[in-house]
Design a protein around this ligand. Sequence first.
Ligand SMILES: Nc1nc2c(ncn2[C@@H]2O[C@H](COP(=O)(O)OP(=O)(O)OP(=O)(O)O)[C@@H](O)[C@H]2O)c(=O)[nH]1
Ligand SMILES: [Mg+2]
Length: 360
Amino acid sequence: MQPEESGSMKVGLIGFARSGKTTVFNAITGARAEVGAYGSRDANIAVIKVPDARVDALAEIYKPKKKTYAEIEFVDIAPAEGSDQDRALDSAALTLLKNADALAHVVRAFKNDNVMHPRDTVNPVRDVQSLEEELQLIDLIVLEKRVERLEKEHRKDQEYELMVRCKAHLESGKPLRTLDFSAQDALLLRSYSLLSQKPMMLLCNSGDDGLGDADPGGLSEIASALGLDLISFCGALEMEVNGLPEEERAAFREELGMGEESRTRFIQFAYSMLGLISFLTAGEPEVRAWTIRKGDHAVDAAGVIHSDIKRGFIRAETVAYADFMEAGSMAKAKEKGKVRLEGKDYIVQDGDMMLFRFNV
Ligand SMILES: Nc1nc2c(ncn2[C@@H]2O[C@H](COP(=O)(O)OP(=O)(O)OP(=O)(O)O)[C@@H](O)[C@H]2O)c(=O)[nH]1
Ligand SMILES: [Mg+2]
């Protein structure tokens, strides 16, 4: 279950042509991929560090040689030109999305007369609806084929029951992300990599006139009906800010009334959408955030650092980040009884600072 085993966790950016996917990708990753490009193109891929104020604060205290943040990967998918303009995904995109762990739908809400809209008018609600239908239809085709196949083989087993249940859910117009699965079913489903089952969020690319508007694309209602988190983002401005030297960014944001760092917010949003949390290790050599899944045990966390630590696990000295900061040092936290000795099965909490005792 450790993300390390499957490489880094991936978020796929999807959306209709000219919705600003590459602009958003650049804004988030600091890359300089070509925007407004035409013709067939490769996907843009970048691994980014997850901003974490806890790592910064611990580094102030420990003055380590090295400071390491958690990471996630973003994939910006370019639909082929001249493909059906009422569809956001073509077959190349589908291949790439198979191993995405979560999706972010970039919805165009910005107006820009210089940028042709593939569907003539800017209409965020319509785009959300139709991309949703597209995802569901793709899944439905996969499931129909599978059910047919299993019926031919006279297999009325657990997998068959599951396929039939998923198919019925899609036929009633609902995405698989709104269906509950047992752990066993979830495991069976994984190899199908169904798109409407992947965690997804909406990123409303709102344009500068939407700044400060509480619901710039008018998307909040449909987002909650579909069980999707919604974040609004001004791609073009964010990309511009990210291109500035770091010391000039805050002033620029303030001047434009851009509010809190939406880039940070979005990355942290994506991280938690992936079901990820961080535990922390701190010492003179390194202060570091490590990625695990929500619900992972102490022994899993140990394994993320090293398989020897997992194998020889004895105990984990654990203190919540907030308790540590309140105490001011590890010695004081111990004095106050805030440092616990946890066993293998302890369920690690986001922000736990851990020191593993192990035998090799
Ligand atoms: N005014 C304004 N223009 C934007 C914004 N975001 C993107 N654009 C412009 O829209 C055009 C398309 O942006 P891209 O980021 O290339 O869009 P895309 O979704 O990657 O496009 P494809 O890869 O071709 O599907 C570019 O000319 C951008 O400068 C925005 O927030 N405001
Ligand atoms: Mg693009």
